[in-house]
Design a protein around this ligand. Structure first.
Ligand code: HEM
Length: 447
């Protein structure tokens, strides 16, 4: 057992921070080549962070008891946006309690009921995409994933309330994009009075609209398939319902955690498909059948090659813990690196090649494929995101051919995710006739 931290770069913190920020995956791969599967980084103004990528270390991190490692504390920066009850900010018993309330709403089988709504919104969006000209898909995918969350999670129907919440929430999310939002409140007020005032105003308006929505839904009763319906029906252990504030915080958390992540993952899917026409052709052929195995393998491979959150939530050590033979004291942060484990040539030969076949007959490993993190903090929206990606990619493969409209882009950080640096710039062509419908018609002609 060793008492010190694993060795890592000795560069000044500022330079390490610049590398970490600007070249999020390339820089850590370089460090792993030099220091091995675990190394310590010192980022500006942060506690020492040990980057881990050995699958055994990842298993130990994900399985550590809740009072030993605290992911929630590491996400404090999101508090002004998501609110104090947010699942993402909690640890130990409060986390477990909130997660138990939310799990049924995000269960895979329950998600299937959202298929019709997701398909309708996807068809509408994809039908508006321009053909035969360069188009940056990322922005459009952001709009689509936002709409899907507002309708399927917030349970909003079309109308004035949906429009108003869409505007206000977009404005709130763009506030998080500004470095100003990272300042403590006093400096923030001085530095950006106008912007901060707008943020507070938007938040107050969102609260009042959401509380009115919940009151309406409680009054109306009735059966609905959206996540809000499940949260309104959820009960604490003592039988009390979730408060309006709890529900608001979890809805906004789903938006923050679920809309840019899914949009960026889809953007990378298009980036890859544009350069691998044979993959898209196979997806188009399968779209006419019920066989989703290649589609699922493609999605798993996109999430492996380009994990949009390159790390799981950082885990703050609260009590001394031994992982992979190293003993970590309190006030060190452990970071499970998806980018590193996904690009380990011992686990994935030719790790930078896009090969859906890797996952055709092999299920992703719990500790070697971690785009959704792991353990009791694993992404609660994973089934939701996978369903959405399946629907969007199937609909796109049916309608379009996709080709590159520029050189392969460098991945770059956006607000919370890594995205294709060119905004997923592609050129779409229209297929002769949608493969699925063609198959149905062919079948009709044969009988
Ligand atoms: C492709 C899309 C997505 C990716 C790549 C992704 C990835 C992640 C990751 C890496 C974590 C941290 C897990 C950990 O630290 O172990 C996480 C947590 C979380 N995600 Fe996702 N996510 C996606 C979509 C969604 C969606 C659609 C929702 C909700 C509708 C969502 C809601 C959440 C929540 C609430 C948490 C916090 C869970 C907790 O702390 O217990 N995510 N996600």
């Amino acid at each position: 057992m060793q008492a010190t931290l694993p060795p890592g770069p000795r560069l000044p913190s500022l330079l390490q921070t610049i590398g970490w920020w600007n070249r999020p995956t390339v820089y850590v791969e370089r460090l792993r080549a030099r220091y091995g599967p675990r190394f310590t980084m010192r980022l500006l103004g942060q506690l020492p962070a040990v980057i881990l990528s050995d699958p055994d270390d990842l298993r130990e991190v994900f399985m550590a008891p809740p009072d030993v490692l605290h992911p929630g504390e590491g996400a404090r920066i999101l508090a002004p946006i998501v609110g104090p009850h947010s699942l993402i900010l909690l640890d130990e018993a409060p986390h477990l309690e909130q997660r138990k309330l939310m799990l049924p709403a995000f269960h895979g089988e329950r998600m299937q009921r959202l298929t019709g709504l997701m398909t309708e919104l996807t068809d509408r969006e994809l039908d508006s995409w321009p053909i035969d000209e360069p188009v940056a898909l990322h922005e459009r995918l952001q709009q689509l994933t936002m709409e899907i969350i507002l309708r399927a999670v917030f349970g909003l129907d079309e109308g004035a309330r949906l429009n108003s919440l869409r505007d206000r929430l977009t404005s709130i999310l763009s506030f998080g994009d500004s470095p100003l939002s990272l300042l403590p409140p006093a400096q923030r007020l001085l530095a950006g009075r106008g912007r901060f005032g707008r943020f507070e105003e938007d938040k107050a308006q969102v609260d009042s609209e959401l509380f009115a929505l919940m009151a309406d839904r409680r009054r109306e009763g009735g059966e609905r398939d959206d996540v809000l319906a499940m949260l309104l029906a959820a009960e604490h252990d003592d039988g009390s319902p979730m408060s309006d504030e709890e529900i608001r915080d979890e809805l906004v958390t789903a938006l923050v955690a679920g809309h840019e992540t899914t949009a960026s993952s889809l953007a990378f899917a298009f980036e890859q498909l544009a350069r691998r026409p044979e993959v898209l052709e196979r997806l188009a052929a399968d779209a006419a059948t019920d066989d989703d195995r290649y589609l699922d393998a493609t999605i798993n491979e996109v999430l492996r090659l380009r994990p949009v959150l390159p790390n799981a939530e950082p885990r703050l050590v609260k009590q001394e813990v031994t992982i992979g033979g190293w003993t970590y004291p309190p006030n060190v942060v452990l970071i499970a690196s998806a980018a590193l484990v996904h690009h380990d040539p011992k686990i994935y030969p030719e790790p930078h090649a896009f090969r859906p076949e890797r996952f055709l007959d092999t299920k992703p490993g719990t500790y070697t494929w971690i785009p959704f993190g792991g353990g009791r903090r694993r992404c609660i929206g994973a089934s939701f995101a996978l369903l959405e990606m399946r629907i969007v990619l199937r609909a796109a493969a049916e309608r379009f051919t996709v080709s590159a409209a520029g050189p392969p882009p460098r991945p770059r950080r956006r607000m919370i995710t890594i995205t294709p640096g060119d905004g997923a710039l592609v050129r779409l062509g229209r297929r002769e006739r949608p493969a699925a419908r063609a198959a149905v018609q062919d079948h009709a002609l044969n009988v």
